[in-house]
Design a binder for this molecule. Structure first.
Ligand SMILES: NC(=O)c1ccc[n+]([C@@H]2O[C@H](COP(=O)([O-])OP(=O)(O)OC[C@H]3O[C@@H](n4cnc5c(N)ncnc54)[C@H](O)[C@@H]3O)[C@@H](O)[C@H]2O)c1
Length: 269
């Protein structure tokens, strides 16, 4: 028996990487999954792979920057599966061009700033706005927002992305507060660095090892690390957990700044 048997889940950005792993994890645990992505080809591939593995899924085109497409996606999901119980707000504007231009605050292009907030924050809010009434009609359920460890800490890179994800943390608490009495839980998952092909392509080996030496566990993070946490939050195992900002990052955002240097010093002693 799966942990989300009989439930219907929407996963935004489910057509690749972390969203794909989350969609497949939910499907293999019994949920019917709507793979909602701006990349319809990717969404169709993931839906097909879920079906080939014996699960239930449909692909749906959506652009988080366009409210009409969000309404159409939610409508299509309800028409196909009759209800919605779980929403995983996973999609974000993480394209290479956006992230490369999201650098110095002193040179920040307003369009780059807005492009982060339009998709990551407003898009998450709009999908929640249109999905929550369906989850309420189904008797309640779970909303999981994917934020990021960078929402917690200062850095020299990606201030627009980081601020947009900090806003997702605030949105998570507000969603939990506004819909709690309707039996909807809402929590955020904060990955550290998950080395999807996209993430790996954006980083030099030097940057990777700089980051990896601050992970407390002895390996790189994979998409299933996030999918496992999302499954737990989607399922009744977390039935009294709401309004929480939960890191699934191998501890990278949760140690003393001197940790890696101290470990190097111990290794040399
Ligand atoms: N990979 C990491 O290291 C990492 C770390 C922290 C947080 N995250 C977060 O995890 C989530 C998934 O990250 P990922 O690495 O798998 O990203 P990704 O870029 O590989 O995948 C994102 C997916 O979202 C879709 N998408 C992009 N814009 C969209 C839009 N406007 N409308 C609908 N779909 C859209 C893309 O087509 C893609 O399928 C994101 O919220 C990201 O911010 C990732």
């Amino acid at each position: 028996m799966g942990l989300v048997d009989g439930k219907v889940a929407i996963v935004t950005g489910g057509g690749a990487n972390i969203g794909e792993a989350c969609a497949k994890m939910l499907a293999s645990n019994g949920a019917s999954v709507v793979i909602a992505d701006i990349n319809l080809e990717g969404a169709r591939r993931v839906a097909d792979e879920i079906k080939e593995a014996g699960g239930t899924a449909m692909a749906s085109a959506v652009d988080l920057g366009d409210e009409d497409t969000i309404v159409a996606m939610v409508t299509a999901a309800v028409e196909r599966f009759g209800k919605i119980n779980i929403l995983h707000n996973n999609a974000a504007n993480t394209g290479a061009e956006q992230m490369t231009r999201d650098g110095s605050l002193a040179e920040m292009d307003q369009q780059v700033w807005d492009a982060a907030f339009d998709i990551n924050t407003r898009g998450t809010m709009l999908v929640t706005k249109h999905t929550a009434p369906q989850i309420i009609a189904a008797g309640g359920g779970s909303i999981i927002n994917t934020s990021s460890g960078v929402s917690l800490l200062g850095d020299v890179l990606n201030p627009a992305y980081s601020a947009s994800k900090a806003a997702v943390n605030a949105l998570t608490r507000n969603t939990a507060a506004q819909f709690g009495q309707a039996n909807i839980r809402c929590n955020a998952i904060l990955p550290g660095l998950v080395l999807s092909p996209v993430a790996r392509a954006q980083m030099s080996e030097e940057q990777l090892s700089m980051i990896q030496r601050h992970v407390l566990l002895p390996r790189e993070s994979v998409a299933d690390d996030i999918a496992g946490a999302v499954l737990w939050l989607a399922s009744d195992l977390s039935s009294f957990v709401t309004g929480q900002i939960i890191s699934a990052d191998g501890g990278i955002c949760h140690h003393q700044p001197h940790y890696a240097d101290m470990m190097d010093m111990f290794a040399k002693a």
